[in-house]
Design a protein around this ligand. Sequence first.
Ligand SMILES: Cc1cc2nc3c(=O)[nH]c(=O)nc-3n(C[C@H](O)[C@H](O)[C@H](O)COP(=O)(O)O)c2cc1C
Length: 112
Amino acid sequence: MNKKSRSSVEMSDKSSRPELADKSANIANYDTVLLGFPIWWYVAPTIINTFLESYDFSGKKIVLFATSGGSGFGKTVEGLKGSVSADAQIIEGKILNGKLSENGLKAWVESL
Ligand SMILES: Cc1cc2nc3c(=O)[nH]c(=O)nc-3n(C[C@H](O)[C@H](O)[C@H](O)COP(=O)(O)O)c2cc1C
């Protein structure tokens, strides 16, 4: 499926779960996971649900960051909650549009 038709499916079907090309992330080794993606119609693309459903995030903190065309996170957290166990924490982190300062980003990551 090409990029355009894939995003069309994701836009019209929230239950679509595009496949991950790589399922070898070492999630078990981390307590906090930074998870980034572009905002698509005020939520994360559904491949992010696939990612969350592919690993055990129990007891972990998942901090979101995203790019967008100008909007905020919208219903992103709501759309991802069902893809992790109840004791995983999903935190609406930052929209990272435009020019970013390295020091600002470091300070943010260290504050998590
Ligand atoms: C299908 C689709 C839906 C989008 N929905 C939104 C949206 O709801 N709000 C927004 O601000 N930007 C939206 N955008 C813009 C993307 O968030 C933006 O292009 C992306 O974050 C920039 O990353 P890129 O340069 O990798 O495309 C959408 C883009 C696409 C392709």
